[in-house]
Every structure is written in C-alpha cells, then in structure tokens.
Design a protein around this ligand. Structure first.
Ligand code: BG6
Length: 473
C-alpha cells in the first residue's frame, strides 16, 4: 500500500498574498487591499476598525506582495522543477469584476489568468483554483456591506459563471471559499464584514455565513452544469480541538468547539443545517433571513471533496481560567504542554493531522484534500544564496508521515497535499514577509524593501525528492 499514483503533490498560495499588481490590468480594489501591516491590522481584520480611519502613511502588503503578477513565469518554472503535480492559487475577484457588478467582466483580468493557467498546463501542472480567498471587491463592501447582503450572492454567482465557462476544460478542481469558518474569527479578512455601530455582530456573522453557503451551493451547481468533470470542494481551517483534561466537562467543551467549525462543512457536504446549529440559532435568537428555495439549493448541491488547512491542533477547557492562552492559525486556544511551538506560537502536532483527517473522513466520507500545511519561520539567506531550513524539512516530514499513515493505516481517502506558501509570501495573520513558509526564498522584508529575487532553499531539493518518490521513501 502507498499513496495513490495520481496523488496531487504541490504547493498553495493566494492572490492577495503573492500577486501584487493591485491596480494593474484594470483591477479594482479588493477588501484585502485595505488591510494594513502593523498595529492596526488585527482590528481591521476583525471588522472593528474601519479602513477609512487608518493613518495616511499605512503600508498595505497586498499591493505589491511578491509581484507574482509580473514574475509568474519564473515562479511556475521553479514549481515545475520541483515536480509539482498541481498548484493551488486563487483568482482575485476584483481583477475579473473590478467593482463586482460590471455588465461585462474585465477581459484583461481573464486574459491574465488564462496565460497563468496555460503556463501551468505547459508543465502538466494541474491548476487548483480557490474562487474566493479572503477577497471581495471593495465596492461590494461599500455598497452592500459585503456578505451580509444577498446581492453579493448574485455577484459571486455571475463571477463563477464567467470563470467556469472561460476555463472549461483547463481547470477541473475548484474551491468556493478559502477557510469559510474564518468569517467567525476575522470577519473582515474572512468575508469583508465591517461592523456598524450598535449592530448584533453574531447575527451579522450568521447571516453572512448563510449567504456564503447558498453562494457556494449555487456555484457548485453551476460548475457541475457547465462541465460535469468539474470537482468542487469546500475548504475548512481545520485542526481538532482536544479536551484540556479527561473531565467530561472538558471533553464536551472540545466537542462543542469542533462543531463550531464543522457547521459550515456540515452544510456544504451534507446539504442541510445540522440540528445542533438550528437549536443554537433558536436559543440565541439569531434569525437568519432565508429564501424559500435556499433549503433545496443547499440539499441538492453538496461538494465533491473536503479541502482543509492544517497547521495545528487546538486545546480547550470548560474552565476559562486554566492554562496559558495561545493563538494557532488565528483560532485561540490553550497552550498544550506536550507540544513545541513555532516562533509565532503555533503549536506543532503532526499526529494531530492524522487525528483531524480521521475525524473529517469519518464524518463526511468524501475524499479529503490537504490544501495548506507548513511552518512559518524566520529564514536566513546565506552568502551563497540559499537557506538551511532543516527545521522546515523536519516539520513537513513529520506531517507527511502522519498524513501517509492516515491513508495507509487508517484508510482515509486523500486526493493530494499542497504545502502552504510554497514560495515565500505575505503572512495573512500578521502581514509580515518575515514569516516565511516557502521552498523558494523571496528577497523582500516587512517594510517592502528588497530585490524580490528568488532563491532555492534546502527544502526545495528535499520536496522535489518527496514528489519524485510519491512520498517519503
Ligand atoms: C491560512 C490562510 O489561514 O493560513 C492563508 O488560508 C494563510 O491565507 C495561512 O497565509 C498561514 O497563516 P499566516 O498567518 O501565517 O500567513
């Protein structure tokens, strides 16, 4: 037994973290383009500080990022050299519909992605496209308040219609929303939600979630109608919650936390609001506005696969006073004394990946796709132009081993593995360049200085071998 022959090895990125060219080719502003680096970043991402109130000299890392907009040929060539079977990236919605509501899509934006995809196909790299990775055309936020309005469902479905037709036969793997559950934690980053004074934030978040879920189902329907070969996935910021102790109260608390994340995937994969979610909404007097056809749309258009990111497991307790707090991939928890952590405090738990995979597969019985995993670390470029990133190799090796065991021993059906930030890019949570994930080093610092030159790290050759061997040995 081993990993399947057609296993999709590759890397993953997102437009706003690597593309740059934020106004080039008639692109419009996206919500991600007004999220600054620095002390105000978190408040903006949470939808608590309005981007109009930022200091005039704020620096926005998405504007240039690593300039993949101009360097994509060189970057894809390096991915091909590593032997990538697939490459996961996202379209910037506002490159195709600059304000979200034009009568016609922006041809320059479509042509850019067409050239990009052609370049991948030239090397037999399968494109895996995230339709929306944390970006909404800013005009839709200004006009409708982003996903709180059903108008945005219409705009999203039109965008999907355009891209499914244009890239028919070239792109087969799609994901409707990156880390759809991020909406609950960082509403502006996750879904373009900026709160207004005095409003019920929980109500707004659940309404936005419902609208995204309907949009996701409508996109899935359309993708299947336009090309029955299309495979559409949901995407979860995953990572099992562990109970802090064997006290049943803690075990229950962990189960409840997991349900908070599963909620989205339960709807996208099983096609209906689960009972626990209905009761939660009732109990908390959260009234979601639904159209009569929504239930049918959700029921009839479930996803083909479950994609997820995994960086860490999480620890929780019924008792709010225990343990030291930590933030792993944004979702806060308690520090796990059995685990080491990255320089950014994200705890390292390879077995947690196997546990998470088993939980997701048992629950949904659909193929899984690990579309993000990796170690954000400080890298030092040596004089001979490389990075001795043995720590990254160790992290990835341990996770790939756990992943392989989940497949070979536990029988989890897994389509592929794309390591996050295969080329260094802007960090989503901090806006830094210093937090690097790549096999390829990009010479740029947090303030935007640097030559932007690309260098192969030690992990580059290591990953190339892993792909060639279809696994660790
Ligand atoms: C995921 C996101 O949450 O984690 C990515 O989908 C993000 O966009 C990645 O970059 C790693 O997080 P960070 O904050 O280290 O960039």
């Amino acid at each position: 037994m081993s990993l399947p022959k057609d296993f999709l090895w590759g890397g993953a990125t997102a437009a706003n973290q690597c593309e740059g060219g934020y106004l080039e080719g008639k692109k419009g502003l996206g919500t991600v383009d007004v999220i600054p680096w620095g002390e105000h970043r978190r408040a903006v991402m949470q939808g608590q500080l309005h981007y109009n109130e930022l200091p005039k000299d704020s620096y926005f890392p998405s504007h240039e990022a690593i300039d993949m907009y101009h360097n994509y040929k060189e970057d894809i060539k390096m991915f091909a050299e590593m032997g990538f079977k697939c490459y996961r990236f996202s379209f910037a919605w506002s490159r195709i519909f600059p304000t979200g509501e034009e009568a016609e899509p922006n041809e320059e934006g479509l042509a850019f992605y067409e050239a990009f995809i052609n370049e991948l196909l030239r090397y037999n790299i399968e494109p895996v496209v995230t339709i929306c990775h944390f970006d909404v055309p800013l005009a839709l936020e200004q006009k409708y308040g982003s996903w709180r309005s059903r108008k945005v469902i219409d705009a999203y479905v039109r965008y999907c219609d355009v891209i499914f037709r244009r890239f028919k036969g070239k792109v087969k793997y799609w994901m409707t929303f990156n880390e759809i559950n991020m909406l609950m934690h960082l509403p502006f980053m996750g879904a373009g939600i900026m709160f207004r004074e005095g409003e019920d934030e929980v109500q707004v978040k659940y309404q936005a979630a419902h609208n995204e879920l309907v949009a996701s189902a409508l996109a899935t329907k359309l993708a299947h109608e336009i090309d029955p070969n299309n495979k559409v996935g949901c995407m979860l910021a995953a990572g099992q919650f562990y109970p802090y102790s064997c006290n049943p109260e803690d075990v229950f608390a962990a189960m409840e936390k997991d349900k908070g994340n599963y909620f989205f995937i339960d709807v996208q994969s099983r096609g209906a609001y689960p009972n626990y979610a209905k009761r939660f909404l009732e109990r908390n007097q959260i009234l979601i506005h639904m159209e009569p056809e929504d239930e049918r749309i959700l029921r009839e258009n479930t996803v083909d696969y479950i994609a997820f990111s995994y960086y860490t497991s999480r620890l929780t307790s019924a008792n709010t006073d225990v343990g030291e707090k930590t933030s792993g991939n944004v979702i806060a928890g308690i520090r796990n004394p059995h685990l080491k952590a990255s320089e950014w405090g994200w705890q390292i738990d390879p077995l947690g990946l196997r546990i998470t995979m088993n939980s997701l597969y048992d629950r949904y019985q659909k193929p899984l796709f690990i579309v993000e995993n990796g170690l954000g670390a400080v890298d030092i470029l040596t004089e001979d132009g490389t990075v001795e990133d043995d720590y990254r190799i160790a992290y990835l090796e341990a996770h790939i081993e756990a992943m392989t065991e989940a497949v070979e021993i536990d029988g989890v059906d897994l389509m592929g593995y794309t390591s996050w930030g295969c080329i260094d890019l802007v960090s989503a949570s901090t806006g830094e360049m210093k937090k690097r994930y790549g096999f390829i080093y990009v010479d740029k610092d947090n303030e935007g200085n640097g030559t932007m030159k690309r260098y192969k790290k030690k992990s580059f050759e290591w990953y190339k071998k892993v792909i060639k061997n279809n696994g660790l040995n």
